[in-house]
Design a protein around this ligand. Structure first.
Ligand code: NAD
Length: 433
């Protein structure tokens, strides 16, 4: 099949690579010329575990192409996948559909045969109806169906999740569109759940899922605060809760708050939709507020550790919003760093993969080190903010020798508290004393 993918970001690129690997001809379209030039020259533009090898392979065998031309990407395509960003509107915080509308208006003219236009961008309920109208207005002859095909990949596991999806949700009532989707996803037959639903249900499923997961994280974070007060251990509590199959153990990991390019914006967009439809979504509103203050709370915890030191030096390990990705959008680590910088402190940070993306956002407000031990040199406190595996095996002896003071705030509960204390560190984790 020929697939056109509009948007080559964290969703579009892994999706394009994945469909090419399955044997399709894929043309990835982006309006960002620099990105397309890099990709055309064989330079991958983002970090995802395992993506680069598949990218190289499929560029080489000619199944994966890149262009800035809508015409080249969309003409003759069996399916066009929308994977452009839907950031929060700066004022209203609802999903800003500017990029989706622009992309659809631009591509409409080039629909030359029956084409399924699939929305992978996370869009508010009812967007499919609007897109249908925009295409028909721009190109009254176009033969097409707009379907909702929400994306559930986890950054850091995008390649794994493409090839092993938990479920494929398709929002359409068109039999023709369903046939095209079934053909495209034939390799997954019998390996995953397919759910064909109303387009509006599919659009809702994406938001309802992300909001639920965000609430689950917020819930365990509140439990962590409670455990600290009553001297219980939140990891034991989470383990005990998670053994109940109705609850499940995933997303019961306390930390510095949820972040990333999806949960914060999708919870805000869902809350807006609730208000607009006069059905307040109070749990979601509470999670949004609680998550906002969580990052401030973490910064207070860190500053508290060094309150007796003038102009303390803080070593930060991790800037990406989670391990396995270089994405720093709405990263709790970045928010905590921004909070720290409100005080008279100096911050030196290290992240195994996200130094470039972090520098684009923080520029020279902090210093950057090229290893975790360099970041720790002369520091008064070491803070772990992203759960990169390499932090787990930290050499306490080396750390103890190079830091000015032996203090650790481990916002991801990665280190062995007992061992840290044996080496003379004042250690503070999350939800355990
Ligand atoms: P991104 O910002 O990484 O990438 C979007 C790309 O679209 C950019 O490269 C941009 O240049 C391009 N673009 C914008 N307008 C365009 C146009 N008119 N024509 C061509 N290209 C255009 O975004 P992302 O993280 O990949 O997210 C894309 C969508 O997928 C969002 O709606 C997001 O909510 C959703 N989503 C993201 C994830 C995730 O983990 N990142 C997971 C599930 C769903």
């Amino acid at each position: 099949m020929k697939i056109g993918i509009i948007g080559t970001g964290y969703v579009g690129l892994p999706t394009g690579v994945g469909f090419a690997e399955l044997g399709n001809t894929v043309v990835c379209i982006d309006k960002n010329e620099n990105k397309i030039n890099d990709l055309k020259n064989g330079k991958i533009t983002l970090y995802e575990d395992g993506l680069e090898d598949l990218f190289n392979k499929n560029v080489k065998n000619g199944r994966l192409k890149f262009t800035t031309s809508m015409k080249e990407g969309v003409s003759d395509a069996d399916m066009v996948i929308l994977a452009v960003g839907t950031p929060p509107h700066p004022v209203t915080k609802e999903a800003d559909l500017r990029f989706v509308y622009e992309a659809v208006a631009e591509m409409a003219d080039y629909l030359t045969r029956y084409t399924v236009v699939a929305t992978k961008s996370t869009v508010p309920v009812g967007t499919g109806d609007q897109l249908e109208q925009i295409i028909s207005e721009h190109n009254p002859q176009a033969d097409f169906d707009v379907i909702s095909l929400p994306e559930f990949l986890r950054e850091g596991f995008a390649v794994h999740d493409f090839f092993h999806p938990d479920r494929i949700i398709v929002g359409t009532n068109s039999k023709r569109a369903e046939d095209v989707v079934r053909k495209l996803y034939e390799p997954f037959d019998g390996k995953t759940h397919f759910l064909f639903v109303k387009r509006r249900s599919s659009e809702t499923i994406k938001y309802a899922s992300n909001a639920f997961l965000a609430i689950k994280i917020h819930y365990i974070n509140e439990m962590a605060d409670f455990c600290e007060k009553i001297e219980a251990d939140v990891l034991e509590v989470a383990q005990g809760m998670g053994l109940d199959t109705r609850i499940g153990s995933r997303f019961l990991i306390p930390g510095p708050g949820y972040g990333g390019s999806c949960f914060p914006k999708d919870t805000m967009a869902m809350a807006c939709m609730g208000r607009q439809n006069d059905t307040p979504l109070t749990l979601i509103e509470t999670a949004i507020e609680g998550n906002r203050s969580r990052k401030k709370k973490m910064a207070c915890r860190i500053l508290n550790m060094v309150r007796d030191i003038s102009s303390p030096k803080i070593a930060v390990l991790g800037l990406a919003f989670k391990d396995g990705t270089d994405d720093c959008r709405e990263s709790p680590a970045m928010d905590v760093v921004a909070e720290l910088l409100q005080s008279d402190v100096s911050v030196t940070a290290y992240d195994p993969k996200a130094m470039v993306t972090a520098k684009n956002l923080l520029s020279n407000k902090i210093k950057y080190a090229d290893s975790l031990y360099k970041a720790a040199e002369g520091a008064d406190v070491l803070v772990i903010l992203t759960e990169w595996k390499e932090f787990k095996n930290i050499d306490f002896e080396r750390l103890a020798q190079s830091m000015r003071r032996r203090k650790i705030v481990d916002c991801r509960n990665m280190l062995n508290a007992e061992k840290a204390r044996r080496y003379g560190f004042e250690y503070r984790g999350i939800g355990r004393v």
